[in-house]
Write a protein that binds this ligand. Structure first.
Ligand code: SAH
Length: 247
C-alpha cells in the first residue's frame, strides 16, 4: 500500500478540525463508507474546540472589525493558540488549511495531493472570517469549496474530507471505480445504466448489453468526451492540451 502511493505513509490518515462547533463532526462522514473506514481506523478524526482557547471569562472568540463594518472577526490570539496546540501534538507539523471562499479552489487533483500526506489540519471560520495576521504568521493555506459563501467552514471541511477520505486505500471496495469516475482522466464520467433493461419504454444503449468489452470501452470514452465538451469547456480545453502533449 505504501509503495503504491510512492511515499512513506502510515495509516491512519488523520484529520484535525478546529471549529466552534465540534458536534458537527463526523456528521455525514460517520455514515456509509467513510463512517465504516473511520470505525476501522483507516482514518482518524479529531476535533478541537476553538473556544477552549478563549482568554476571558466570557470565553469570547471574536470581536468587531477594525475599520468598522458589519459582523465579527475571529481573534488571532485565540485561533493561534488553538493552531499551535495542534501543531505541537501533530506528527509532522503537516499542512494547515483554512476553509475560505478566497482560497484555492478544491478539485480532484488537490484531493489526491492531500490523500498522499499523513493528514491535515482544517480551520473552520465563522462570522466574517478570521484576522488576517494569524493566516500570515502561521503560514496557513486557504482552500475554497466553490464560488459561493457558506455560513461557516464546517460544511466546507466535511466536503473536503469526503473527497479525500474516499481516495484512501480500502475505503471504496473496488479501487477500479476511482480510475473511471469523473475527473480521474480529466473527463466527466460517461452515463450509467442498470436494471430494468427497459424502463418506461426506454431501452439501455444496445452496446452495453453486447458483451463486447472493446466496444463498450470505446462508447463510454466517446460519451465522456462529448459530455465534457458540452458541459465543461474549461475541462475539455485542458484535456485536449494534455492529450496533445502526450502525443
Ligand atoms: N466574509 C467572508 C465570508 C465569511 S463566511 C468573505 O466574504 O470572504 C464564514 C466562514 O465560512 C468563513 O470564515 C469560511 O471558513 C467559511 N466559508 C464560507 N464560504 C466558503 C467557501 N466557499 N469555501 C470554504 N469555506 C467557506
Amino acid at each position: 500500500m505504501t509503495e503504491e502511493r510512492g511515499k512513506s505513509w502510515s495509516p491512519p490518515w488523520s484529520a484535525t478540525v478546529l471549529t466552534l462547533f465540534p458536534e458537527m463532526f463526523p456528521g455525514p462522514l460517520g455514515q456509509s463508507l467513510a463512517g465504516k473506514a473511520l470505525k476501522n481506523g483507516i482514518w482518524r478524526l479529531e476535533t478541537v474546540d476553538i473556544r477552549d482557547f478563549a482568554r476571558d471569562k466570557h470565553r469570547s472568540v471574536d470581536d468587531a472589525p477594525f475599520g468598522g463594518g458589519p459582523g465579527m472577526v475571529m481573534r488571532p490570539d485565540v485561533l493561534a493558540d488553538a493552531v499551535d496546540h495542534v501543531a505541537a501534538a501533530s506528527r509532522d507539523g503537516g499542512r494547515v488549511i483554512y476553509l475560505s471562499p478566497r482560497g484555492r479552489r478544491l478539485d480532484q487533483a488537490m484531493a489526491r495531493e492531500l490523500v498522499a500526506q499523513d493528514g491535515i489540519v482544517l480551520i473552520c471560520g465563522r462570522f466574517e472570517g478570521v484576522d488576517q495576521r494569524v493566516l500570515e504568521e502561521r503560514g496557513i493555506e486557504e482552500v475554497s469549496v466553490g464560488d459561493f459563501v457558506l455560513s461557516g467552514g464546517e460544511t466546507a471541511a466535511l466536503v473536503l474530507l469526503d473527497a479525500v477520505v474516499r481516495l484512501l486505500p480500502g475505503v471504496i471496495g473496488d479501487g477500479a471505480a476511482l480510475e473511471e469516475e469523473s475527473f480521474a482522466q480529466g473527463l466527466l464520467e460517461y452515463p450509467q445504466y442498470t436494471r430494468p433493461q427497459n424502463w418506461e419504454g426506454h431501452e439501455v444503449p444496445e452496446v452495453l448489453t453486447s458483451g463486447h468489452h472493446g466496444n463498450i470501452r470505446a462508447w463510454r470514452r466517446a460519451q465522456a468526451e462529448e459530455l465534457t465538451r458540452e458541459r465543461r469547456p474549461d475541462l475539455w480545453e485542458r484535456y485536449l492540451r494534455s492529450a496533445k502533449s502526450r502525443g
